[in-house]
Write a protein that binds this ligand. Sequence first.
Ligand code: 13P
Length: 254
Amino acid sequence: MRTPLVAANWKMHMPVAPAVKLVGEMKAALRDLRGVEVVICPPATALAAVGQALAGTPYLLGGQTMHWEPQGAYTGEVSAPMLVDVGCRAVLLGHSERRLYFGETDEAVGRKVRAAFAHGLVPIVCVGESLEERQAGSADGVIARQVRAAVQGVAPQEFPRLVIAYEPVWAIGTGQTATGTEANRVAGLIRRLLADSGAAGAAEIRILYGGSVKPDNIREFLEQPEIDGALVGGASLDARAFAAIVRAAAEAGR
Ligand code: 13P
C-alpha cells in the first residue's frame, strides 16, 4: 500500500510574512492529520522561515528546483546541500515551467535527480505533454522520453523513494484537467516505464496527478488505482482548499 502524498507548489508566490501566516492556517486546518504525506514547496526566500514554521509537524519542506552541482560558480542557483541545510527533505524537479521558461532539458533533469538522491532528498519529478504534443498524438512518447531521462543512472535501491508527478502542461493553471481515466492510464504507463528502467520496486513509487487540482475534483484522481496523490499549484495558496485536498487524500489511503 502506497502512502498518499500531496505536494504544494507555491511557485513564485508568498513573501516570508504571508508564507508563515499560510503555514499557520494550514496547521490549524490539518491538525497533524496522519495517513498522508504532505510536502510544502515555498519559493527559496521563504524556505528557512517556512521550515521553522513546520517544525514539530509531520509536514515536509521541499525546494522548487536546484542545481545538480553541490556548489560553485552558478549565479542565482541553489544546490541540494543548501536545500538540506535549510531543512528540505524533498525537491520538485523538471517542472514544466522550468523546462519551458528556463530551458531545462531532459538531461539536466536526470543530473538533478541523481544529485537529489546523492544528498538524501526525495525528488518529485514532473513530466507531462503540451497541448500541441497531445493533439499530435505524441503525448506518450514525450512522457516516455522524460521519464527515461529522469531516472537514467538511478540505483535500483533508490527507486522506491522516487516520486513522479504527471502534470499535463495544458492543465496547469487553466482550470482544465485530464479525466481521471486518462490520468490513470498515463500513470500506469509511467509505472511500466519505471519498471523497464530497472525499478524492481516500481509498484512502490508514488505517482501524483497535477494540473488544476481543486477540492471539488481531487476525488476523481484519488479513486484511480495508479494515482497516489496530487501536486497542487493555485489551490495550495489557500489553506482551506489545500487542507480539503489533503484530507481527501488521507481518506483515500484508508
Ligand atoms: P495549478 O494547480 O495551479 O494548475 O498548478 C499545477 C502545478 O503546476 C503544480 O506544480
